[in-house]
Design a protein around this ligand. Structure first.
Ligand SMILES: *[C@@H]1O[C@H](CO)[C@@H](O)[C@H](O)[C@H]1NC(C)=O
Ligand SMILES: *[C@@H]1O[C@H](CO)[C@@H](O)[C@H](O)[C@H]1NC(C)=O
Ligand SMILES: *[C@@H]1O[C@H](CO)[C@@H](O)[C@H](O)[C@H]1NC(C)=O
Ligand SMILES: *[C@@H]1O[C@H](CO)[C@@H](O)[C@H](O)[C@H]1NC(C)=O
Ligand SMILES: *[C@@H]1O[C@H](CO)[C@@H](O)[C@H](O)[C@H]1NC(C)=O
Ligand SMILES: *[C@@H]1O[C@H](CO)[C@@H](O)[C@H](O)[C@H]1NC(C)=O
Ligand SMILES: *[C@@H]1O[C@H](CO)[C@@H](O)[C@H](O)[C@H]1NC(C)=O
Ligand SMILES: [Ca+2]
Length: 820
């Protein structure tokens, strides 16, 4: 037991902070996606609903999944824990009770299914080598149909879970034998480390503690099946193949489970670290069989041996295969030892259904591209996981050890990062022609292309109005990936996409993308993403008021974070183009752009007319940033031009919307114009995060508005325990004008909290964010699938959503305060 010293320091090391839950935990407020809109909301949306139903029918006829399925939304399972996998190589979800569930291996496509055959099994033998205990480390009950020879139903009251992304700890107690097992799952999600963060998988470091006075031989068996949870992707003739790799003083062994999904080869790699005193064994089995080969062998030998148990049904159906690997060690009294396992997805080459291009995933920059990298990846990971942990701790400890930060925040800030990897994320190398086309200083030359979905259910890559919020996480933790996204969007701006289609909301026909507009998204993983942009077909997004401005704001925000003049200069021509295009939306020359009277921004069912607080505020902020950027790049005439417009616009904005307590929703003068919008200061939020202290909006008005929002939208809604409702009428009733005005948006709530904190309203800010965190994680049971929206009661909308990554703007605000 060479690792003894390490182990004694470690003891499984379950941290003090994180999301903690017992296996038998019941969430008090489990919810469903079925929300029934009010009659008036339905009437407003009726034309859209009718066109949408036709679109859905068309999709089904074409055998294509719609980008957003409102008829059959994903039903949340209240079961998720920290998912497994690095960035962009595919992810496998984990339940907090240990399930392997929610596969995203086919890029961007989620399968919300658990696989029964994927388990860890513990076997204990006494000093006479007689098995005295065996159990699957799962609380699943025996289903009497498959694998029923395994012993299931581990007592749930003996298990606890701690999630602190990208790691998790699961503790299992076996009191009869005074044994404690701790499974620590580690994914290589490491800020600023682009080499390890792309590794497609992770490791499970088990610590087994013997607190009894007996000597035992204890084995752990890791079982894993082919497939990805559902039958429609059954791969052709899956197969299992053993491997062993012994070099540089590290030996690993395991199984390669070969699959093929949609003509893409995909190998699951399961393996273990072989060290002195640890016996490795291996056996394939039928995941739909009775499980006898595994259970019998463990019972007799405490490890896996092929006993030729008569006619076995392995491979008979040629549909699914599974492999088991086992590590067995002897444990002396009062000692503990570790067992190291790993699981990786080697799927180097990907291709989208409507594209002829083959992309190589980013990890193939460091490993073989031909589908044989599994053993190397396993070996590299076993050599490096301790280093990963050190880097993770170096990142997390300053926040975890800060006594001034609330406990819930220490969980929220890291756990929400799950979406960077588990957001249908793809990350691939530049194409051959890119190496010729791209300047070597272009970040894509080195870091390739990065895409994450708007949501597991809203299948569009890098939805830009939402990424605007989420990008704080990338800009702070993987700034090169943020830069790659920006360069890619930049390149789309002065192109049109000459494909006509009907927009579902208004029924007009138009091009999929017009010149000088920032696209809404980079496309649908079922089409040809990164080429066919604007998969979203509800509105004519080339007319959306927020997208262009959000490009300019991100350029400036990134500049304040990376301090890179070259980046600004590279973006500048398109900054000018999008600002020029946006100016055309000021139809009366008062310096302020107007909304069109359709839902022409990220709140895509909430109609704004005339000057709006949301888009008007973004416009002011974008004007300010354009002036600053022009000054930095010494473009005096442009700076002057936008400076003049900014002054005019400020006046018009305040005159049109300020009412003494907050900025009105819009200037249309309709009943709902008086709505108090939680996100009315969105532009101001961005400027604050950029460290701007100059007044763009009068600071006393900003503070007054924040107090109003806190009192009305936060404290005045669900006892102040559910974040900020999007719209609140001055009479204290939520604004029911649109579906979205009465929703709470998780990502908007985190952004609002950031602005409050930046303005010195620390308690208010933390209290606002705590409400949404506590609701999502502890009450409605939707950790690691944070939805876009929740309603006051019963329902949520859109699981696994991008916008909550705005939470890193809270850390930005805190860091800025420390700088001052
Ligand atoms: C138990 O098994 C180990 C190795 O598997 C062996 O060395 C030992 O002699 C066995 N002990 C008994 C009592 O059979
Ligand atoms: C399986 O069979 C056992 C014994 O017959 C029974 O007690 C149990 O309820 C069954 N389980 C299921 C899930 O049907
Ligand atoms: C194991 O540890 C306990 C408490 O630390 C101690 O009381 C006991 O004597 C130890 N047993 C052995 C065999 O070392
Ligand atoms: C557990 O500890 C007891 C004494 O503390 C010892 O006698 C026994 O052999 C140990 N068992 C294992 C598996 O290490
Ligand atoms: C895959 O690549 C490795 C290293 O480049 C090479 O050794 C191996 O033969 C290749 N395998 C196949 C099947 O092409
Ligand atoms: C789009 O394509 C059509 C037909 O191919 C062509 O007539 C039209 O001029 C094109 N429009 C633009 C804006 O490029
Ligand atoms: C869509 O927006 C573009 C760009 O502003 C505009 O030129 C076009 O007329 C609009 N098309 C429709 C159908 O509304
Ligand atoms: Ca105007």
């Amino acid at each position: 037991m060479s690792d003894c010293d390490d182990v004694n320091n470690d003891k499984g090391g379950v941290p003090e902070y994180g999301w903690k839950v017992d296996f038998d935990h019941q969430f008090p407020d489990p919810r469903t996606p079925s929300y029934m809109p009010r009659i008036k909301q339905i009437l407003q949306l009726l034309p859209l609903i009718i066109r949408y139903v036709f679109y859905m029918l068309l999709c089904y006829l074409k055998g294509q999944k719609p980008i957003m399925d409102f008829l059959f939304p994903i039903k949340s399972k209240h079961m998720y824990g920290v998912p497994l996998g690095g960035i962009g190589g595919g992810t496998i979800g984990r339940g907090f009770k240990g399930e392997f569930c929610r596969y995203q291996v086919v890029p961007g496509m989620y399968e919300y299914e658990s696989v029964q055959a994927n388990q860890f099994i513990v076997n204990i033998q006494n000093s006479e080598n007689i098995t005295v205990y065996n159990n699957v480390l799962s609380c699943l009950k025996c289903n009497n149909k498959t694998l029923y020879n395994w012993k299931w139903d581990f007592p749930s009251n003996q298990c606890k879970y701690t999630g602190l992304y990208p790691r998790s700890w699961t503790e299992y107690l076996i009191p009869e034998f005074h044994i404690r097992l701790i499974c620590k799952q580690i994914s290589p999600i490491i800020p600023h480390n682009y080499k390890d963060s792309c590794i497609p998988g992770g490791v499970f470091i088990w610590t087994v503690e013997n607190n009894s006075d007996q000597q035992y031989s204890i084995s752990l068996t890791f079982t894993f099946a082919s497939g990805n949870g559902i039958s429609s992707y059954h791969s052709d003739e899956p197969s299992c193949e053993p491997f062993n790799l012994n070099k540089d003083g590290t030996e690993v062994a395991g199984s390669l489970i070969h699959n093929c999904f949609k003509e893409m080869k995909c190998t699951y790699v399961i393996g273990g670290l072989i060290k002195e005193g640890a016996a490795f064994s291996q056996l394939n089995f039928d995941p739909k069989g009775n499980g006898m080969t595994i259970s019998k062998s463990l019972h007799l030998f405490g490890e896996l041996r092929d006993m030729q148990l008569g006619p076995s049904n392995i491979y008979m159906r040629n549909e699914e295969v599974a492999s088991a690997i086992c590590l067995k060690q002897c444990l002396l009294p009062n000692t503990s030892t570790t067992y190291e396992f790993g699981l990786f997805i080697d799927m180097p080459k990907i291709k989208f259904p409507k594209s002829n291009t083959e992309y190589f995933r980013y990890y193939t920059k460091f490993f073989d591209k031909n589908g044989t990298a599994g053993p190397e990846i396993m070996h590299y990971s076993m050599q490096n996981f301790k280093k990963w942990e050190q880097e993770i701790e170096k990142w997390q400890n300053p926040i975890l050890n800060n006594p001034l930060l609330p406990d819930w925040y220490k969980s929220a800030i890291f756990n929400e990062v799950y979406f960077v990897a588990d957001g249908g994320t793809i990350w691939f190398l530049p194409l051959k022609e890119d190496y010729e086309r791209l300047d070597v200083t272009d970040p894509r030359y080195q870091y390739g292309y990065f895409g994450y979905l708007e949501g597991h259910e809203y299948r569009m890559y890098n939805t830009y109005d939402v990424h605007f919020y989420a990008s704080f996480t990338l800009a702070k933790l993987w700034p090169k990936l943020q830069a790659c996204i920006q360069y890619k969007f930049r390149d789309t701006i002065d192109n049109a996409l000459n494909i006509t289609r009907k927009h579902l909301s208004c029924g007009t026909r138009g091009l999929r993308k017009y010149k000088y507009s920032v696209p809404h998204d980079l496309g649908d993983p079922e089409e040809d993403p990164f080429n066919l942009v604007n998969a979203y077909l509800v509105h004519n997004v080339s007319e959306w008021r927020d997208l262009n401005l959000k490009f300019v704001l991100q350029c400036y925000r990134d500049y304040t974070m990376f301090g890179d003049n070259k980046y600004l200069a590279d973006m500048y021509p398109q900054i000018k183009n999008v600002m020029e295009k946006s100016l055309s939306w000021d139809t009366d020359g008062d310096g302020m752009i107007e909304n069109s009277g359709t839902a022409d921004q990220t709140f895509d069912t909430w109609i704004m007319t005339g000057i709006s607080a949301y888009c008007g505020g973004l416009w002011l902020a974008a004007l300010y940033c354009t002036v600053q950027i022009s000054n930095i790049l010494k473009q005096d005439d442009i700076s002057e031009k936008y400076s003049t417009i900014l002054n005019k616009a400020k006046e018009s904005f305040n005159a049109a919307l300020w009412n003494g307590g907050y900025f009105n929703f819009d200037s249309s003068g309709q009943h709902h114009s008086k709505s108090i919008m939680a996100d009315q200061l969105c532009g101001e939020w961005y400027l604050k995060c950029c460290g701007v202290n100059e007044e763009v909006l009068p600071v006393d008005r900003v503070k007054k508005a924040l107090h109003t929002i806190y009192k009305m939208n936060v404290l005045g809604f669900n006892d102040g325990k559910m974040g900020a409702v999007n719209g609140m009428m001055p009479d204290g009733n939520p604004d029911t004008f649109s579906l979205q005005s009465e929703e709470v948006w998780t990502g908007v709530t985190y952004a609002l909290s950031s602005l409050m904190i930046a303005h010195g309203l620390r308690d208010e800010g933390f209290n606002t964010a705590k409400g949404i965190y506590n609701t999502v994680y502890n009450n409605i049971g939707m950790a690691y699938q944070t939805p876009e929206a929740i309603y006051s009661k019963n329902a949520y909308r859109s699981v696994g959503y991008m916008r909550p990554l705005s939470i890193w703007s809270i850390q930005t605000a805190l860091d800025n305060l420390n700088k001052d």
